[in-house]
Write a protein that binds this ligand. Structure first.
Ligand code: ARG
Length: 569
């Protein structure tokens, strides 16, 4: 809330003073180090200099301007001191301001215009066709989805892109394997596993017969040139893989604006290669084409000796396509730490080509998911199937409900919402660049730093509010809200918007996750001490408003993170 008041005051004073002095005036609103001087403070010397007038005159102008605006409700005291104008915040004024925002915005409380007019493309999830949806792709999906929501909440237009890994030399191998020793009905029955088997067996055979690689390469080249038979097989593999991934997307309730994967850029890469050549950036190196990136970064390999293109070539084409199609202001790539170099190279090539878009590229990196300290990618020698992990979480949640509330109606649906949200929250509460331990049992618990704890807190508030009819009309005792312990909660509720803005700016959903945990903790300790359903009607009404605000923020925050809201559990 302080941030919001600071910003409001700053832009209000800048416009009033600029008009008054007839020239642009910059205003700084800061928090004085010594609290006894006030909560906020406006340094006046520079303004007086710009306005070519005295410090006392400016102090008076500012004080008058505040008195004439609704902003004055925030302050209990406005006093000149030395070269400053010091302001003391009025707790009741703050509570009123927050209540006003709630009454005006309702469910949209916290919506901001910080990034209004901005377009952000987010490249996330992006699994590789014919391979299982990995835990890494789950992280990308969860983080990217949350970022999209956070950015939308701050007014940005978001384009969600699933840059499917549906092209590359491996398709030559899979097609070769399928045509030589594959079985259509087996692929139909269990597509991903069967395609993986074919790929593995291909590699076994190629160890003995390296000439297979020539055959596979020839197939991929033909595919690149649109060979109809290979194209039909490729598109079938893509379709059955996507159908498999859709199970995960449905469970998580994520959606994309575009599924244009790497193959989509097949006919768009030559233009990039030509442009690189025209700009004298392309160099031949042992028959291959590279772009030299200087001392620090290894060169980018753009085209292999056999003429085939690479991952980065497609990413270059994709970037220019997105630039021309969406005119983005920011381009986020939610991809694991291990691709750090790739994105450095991408940025550098784009910069060398002379495009300022290079600076809008952000690699939103993330760490590994560990189990017992080791990378969680295989279990008992088998690849961990993501849907299985999700279903395991759902089963555990169901067992938990069975134990705590066996009579609950709709147990299955609720367990699904809890299990899935538990996985999502467990991921997002960690700073994304860090590795984290995956422990299903811990993350589905209703207490501790978990998703179910947040859902449980919201449900708890719902059940308190549902005891009798309650109308949120803002008619409360503000003195009660302005005193602790309520005021602590009011302040936290007031910080929601700036928390979301920070998380969106830093592409860091964990900021919101941690905020929600602390808000839930504040409520729970408040409720341990305070009775809400008291005799005094006004006190009761005031307390209900307070906890209704907490629930609204918890629910909206969970929604932003991609979690599901529940009414009962
Ligand atoms: N398919 C890639 C992988 O699984 C991730 C793609 C990320 N997006 C991009 N534009 N490079 O490693």
């Amino acid at each position: 809330m302080i941030e919001t008041i600071k910003n409001e005051l700053k832009s209000y004073l800048e416009s009033v003073l600029s008009a008054r002095y007839g020239k642009p005036v910059g205003v700084v609103v800061e928090e004085p180090k010594r609290k006894d001087q006030g909560d906020l403070s406006v340094p006046v010397f520079t303004i007086a200099k710009t306005a070519q007038t005295g410090v006392p005159a400016v102090q008076k102008d500012i004080a008058d301007a505040i008195a004439a605006s609704p902003l004055h409700a925030y302050f209990s005291q406005i006093a000149p001191m030395g070269g400053f104008l010091n302001l003391r915040l009025d707790p009741a004024g703050i509570a009123k301001a927050i209540m006003k925002a709630f009454l005006a915005q309702g469910e949209a409380y916290g919506d901001s215009l910080k990034n209004a007019g901005e377009t952000v493309v987010i490249d996330y999830s992006s699994p590789n066709i014919a391979k299982p949806f990995s835990i890494g792709h789950l992280r990308s999906t969860i983080i990217g989805h949350a970022l999209g929501n956070l950015l939308e909440k701050t007014g940005a237009k978001v384009v969600r892109i699933n840059h499917l890994g549906d092209f590359g030399t491996q398709f030559g191998k899979i097609i070769y394997a399928f045509q030589t020793f594959g079985d259509r009905s087996k692929v139909e029955a269990d597509p991903i596993n069967e395609l993986v088997k074919l790929y593995v067996e291909y590699h076994e055979r190629a160890k003995e017969h390296p000439e297979l690689d020539d055959a596979a390469r020839a197939i991929f080249t033909a595919l690149e040139h649109g060979d109809p038979i290979y194209t039909a097989l490729w598109s079938w593999f893509r379709e059955v893989s996507l159908a498999d991934y859709m199970q995960v997307y449905q469970l998580l309730d994520v959606h994309f604006d575009s599924y244009n994967g790497e193959a989509f850029y097949n006919d768009k890469m030559q233009a990039v290669i030509d442009e690189l050549a025209a700009k004298n950036l392309l160099k031949e190196d042992a028959g291959a084409m590279i772009v030299d990136l200087g001392e620090e970064i290894p060169p980018a390999l753009i085209q292999k000796k056999d003429g085939s293109t690479l991952y980065i070539t497609r990413d270059l084409a994709a970037l220019f396509y997105r630039k021309n199609t969406y005119h983005f202001d920011r381009a986020l790539y939610v991809v694991g730490n291990e691709q750090k170099l790739h994105f450095e190279q991408l940025k550098k090539v784009v910069r060398l080509m002379g495009y300022p878009e290079a600076d809008t590229i952000e690699h939103v990196n993330f760490g590994l998911v560990l189990q017992d300290g080791k990378k969680m990618s295989t279990r008992k020698g088998k690849v961990v199937k993501l849907v299985d992990v999700l279903h395991e979480a759902i089963e555990l949640s169901k067992a938990y409900i069975e134990e705590k509330n066996p009579d609950l109606a709709d147990k299955d649906a609720i367990a699904t919402k809890i299990g899935v949200s538990a996985i999502i929250f467990n991921d997002l509460k960690n700073f994304r660049a860090n590795d984290f331990e995956f422990n299903l049992e811990d993350m589905v618990k209703f207490e501790g730093q978990t998703g179910p704890y947040l859902q449980y807190t919201s449900v708890r508030i719902t059940s308190i509010l549902n005891l009798e009819p309650f109308v949120f009309d803002g008619d409360v005792d503000f003195a009660l809200l302005a005193a602790d312990p309520a005021f602590e909660i009011v302040k936290a509720v007031g910080q929601y918007q700036s928390t979301v803005e920070k998380a969106a700016a830093e592409a860091s959903p964990s900021i919101v996750a941690k905020y929600l945990l602390s808000l839930a903790a504040l409520f729970n300790s408040y409720y341990a001490k305070e009775r809400v359903n008291v005799e005094d009607v006004r006190e009761k009404q005031t307390k209900k408003h307070l906890i209704a605000m907490v629930r609204a923020v918890l629910n909206d925050g969970m929604r932003l993170l991609g979690m599901q809201i529940i009414e009962k559990m």
